[in-house]
Design a protein around this ligand. Sequence first.
Ligand code: OAD
Length: 247
Amino acid sequence: MYSEALITALMNADSVAVLTGAGVSAESGVKTFRDPDGLWMKFKPEELANFDAFMRNPELVWEWYNHRKEIAASVKPNPGHYAIAEMESLFKEFTLITQNVDDLHRRAGTSNPIELHGNITRSFCIDCNKFYDKVEVSEQQKIPKCDCGGMIRPDVVWFGEMLPMNAIQTATAAAQDADVFFSIGTSGEVYPAAQLPGIARQYGAYVVEVNPGKTSISFQMNECLLGPSGVVLPPIIEELKRRKLSA
Ligand code: OAD
């Protein structure tokens, strides 16, 4: 259950930022990475999520990403995604920063998410960098090819790769500006995303974690709300709307 301190902080906030991780999509049926049934418990990141692996076996890497793309396309945003999307209209400044590549925040109505780790629906050519919104793979052509002949890869950040510069800079500025900062459904194990709640706290934000369990960054929080995001977030948004209407 949330505290009165959180509602007061939200009522007084001009600027709110939210960082999300795989946990926010768990209730939609998308597997997280580090939970007991998570993807990295079953698959090896070094065989699927780095550039050398792609160059060694692009067919395997595409097979895995196509499987994840199909899952993401077949599921629906959950009440957690919708509650976050609603926040956008409740504050002067609102920034959603996500580590998720599944596009569910956008589908729930968030207009301009900062996608720190890319987006699985997009792809680009490794030779000429041309972007593709949609690529088709078939039995005949298991590795999509660019008009220039180069191999096309998913537009996601792999291990050992830099985050998109603009995305991390905008996310850091949002963390510094935030009056309230939420860290939702992330284990806080992967940097630089995991440093954002600490930056927000250092710059004076009220920092809140939403997660069924404690994480390695829980100690940086003003408040930890223990539970699934689809259960924890909607009542907070409802209460906030009620107070704003009667204010
Ligand atoms: P993790 O799998 O590391 O952590 C997921 C977190 O979600 C855990 O702390 C869970 O307790 C929590 N969780 C599970 N169900 C939840 C629910 N219903 N509501 C809220 N929280 C829930 O996933 P991330 O922190 O997103 O990077 O992982 C960060 C990055 O590691 C990913 O973006 C990916 C991965 O390697 C790349 O692929 C570059």
